[in-house]
Design a protein. Structure first.
Length: 445
């Protein structure tokens, strides 16, 4: 870093009230006030979070975010500190420079030491309660409290009814972060109302999506062996809160009107769910499909899909469905992906869906209501013009969510964090603090 400029120009000299300045520093104060160098774009960025090939939504997000930042600004100074679950290890790409063991608190401190020694300009933390060790993931504080550089935290979950441990962890992370990034207006409101975060500290940046073409579903169907079918699709890691059983229960009524419909459920069981209970949820879905007589129309693709496979799968869908069971879902990466691909969408009204599908960009149905899903699907399949119009509205809206624009927004947030840390200083103290002290001491001047 360049040496601070010891001269004072006419603009900066008025940062402190003139009379207060003279009383504090003396009449000839221009040689005492030091200015920090003009902030520059951060070039050494470290991202903390899960990373592919670990199989989870945060890993996919972190990987995509890093790819996007590298594409926009270069990859040479971008690194990742990856979090490993349990005793697992992964064959990471070169950008992963350090690994944390989820339950080993010493590895969090070691990661902080590594980052400090690496002269990183700033750290971007991907926060989700379930990926860090300790009560409600509080091990991450052992890392954050020892870092010397600014921290910008992306909050993938913002709870409206946190328990005590979750509330404490969120308060500590917010206090340690220069900026807090959320992906929905609702998350921003909850962060302010429930956790007391300041609005000026929050940046709203949407979940990124690949820049996919707007094409007809039939283009992809033949390669997936579903040519001539009307495809309903859900994708993502399977867990019991996804509500896929409600779509299966809706299928008999849908098939009574459209015999060519198939329902594709694409994705492996979530690793944490599989560790606890194996594939029990998938087994239950398959048993339900047999019970209601739609076993041949429900297609399970039981694996974690590559980005190329996912583009083809989503591209093949005539209707994408997120039938999730709980309102308090702040983010859905799969919903954002489907929106960006220009899909006709049916969803339950969880927080993220209500925001993304406003303005006719999708159809909302009540929670756990197979009849409503059936009605919405039949209406869209009956009305090709309306389905196409919904697709266009979704696709055009999502252009602001493509990854290169999200990367630019992240860099702006990084720059704001650096600017806040690199304010003009007097004898090591920020000028804003000096102004505040001067005003309080000389209020009657």
């Amino acid at each position: 870093m360049a040496a601070p400029n010891t001269s004072l120009n006419s603009q900066s000299i008025h940062l402190i009230h003139p009379e207060a300045r003279d009383k504090i520093f003396g009449a000839d104060s221009t040689s005492s006030l030091q200015l920090a160098p003009r902030p520059q774009r951060p070039v050494r960025i470290a991202v903390i979070g899960n990373h592919l090939p670990r199989q989870c939504g945060i890993a996919t997000f972190t990987t995509d975010l890093c790819d996007a930042i590298a594409a926009e600004y270069g990859a040479s100074q971008l690194s990742v500190v990856a979090v490993n679950d349990g005793h697992s290890s992964y064959l990471y790409p070169e950008r992963v420079r350090f690994e944390i063991s989820e339950g080993d608190i010493a590895s969090y401190r070691a990661a902080a030491d590594y980052l400090n020694a690496s002269s990183v300009d700033l750290v971007c933390l991907q926060h989700e309660y379930g990926i860090f060790g300790g009560k409600s993931g509080n091990h991450i504080m052992e890392l954050l409290k020892h870092l010397h550089m600014p921290v910008i935290t992306t909050l993938h979950t913002v709870l409206c009814e946190p328990n005590l441990d979750q509330r404490v962890v969120m308060h500590k992370i917010a206090a340690r972060s220069e900026r807090l990034i959320v992906m929905s207006q609702y998350s921003s409101r909850v962060l302010q109302e429930v956790f007391g975060a300041r609005a000026e500290k929050i940046d709203l940046i949407p979940h990124g999506i690949p820049d996919l073409p707007f094409v007809e579903p039939d283009v992809y169907k033949e390669s997936l062996a579903i040519a001539g079918k009307s495809v309903l699709l859900t994708f993502g890691l399977l867990s019991p809160n996804k509500g896929f059983e409600n779509v299966i229960q809706a299928l008999p009524r849908i098939l009574s009107r459209h015999r060519d419909v198939v329902y594709v459920i694409a994705g492996a069981t979530h690793p944490h769910v599989r560790a606890r209970e194996g594939d029990r949820y998938r087994d239950q879905l398959q048993a339900l499909a047999r019970e209601v007589g739609v076993e041949q129309e429900v297609i399970f693709l039981n694996r974690f899909h590559s980005p190329q496979e996912m583009a083809s799968l989503v591209g093949s869908a005539d209707i994408y469905i997120t039938p999730y069971c709980h309102e308090a879902q702040a983010v859905s990466g799969t919903l954002a992906y489907a929106l960006g691909a220009g899909k006709a969408i049916i969803s339950t009204p969880y927080w993220h869906a209500v925001e993304l599908l406003d303005g006719g960009r999708g159809a909302l149905v009540p929670f756990e209501n197979p009849a409503a899903i059936a009605t919405a699907a039949i209406e869209l399949l009956n009305n090709e013009a309306e389905r196409h119009a919904m697709r266009k509205r979704a696709y055009l809206y999502a252009r602001k969510m493509v990854w290169n624009r999200v990367a630019q927004s992240y860099m702006q947030s990084f720059e704001r964090a650096r600017d806040h840390r690199m304010q003009p200083v007097y004898l090591g103290f920020p000028v804003r603090a000096a102004e505040k002290n001067a005003a309080s001491r000389f209020v009657n001047v």
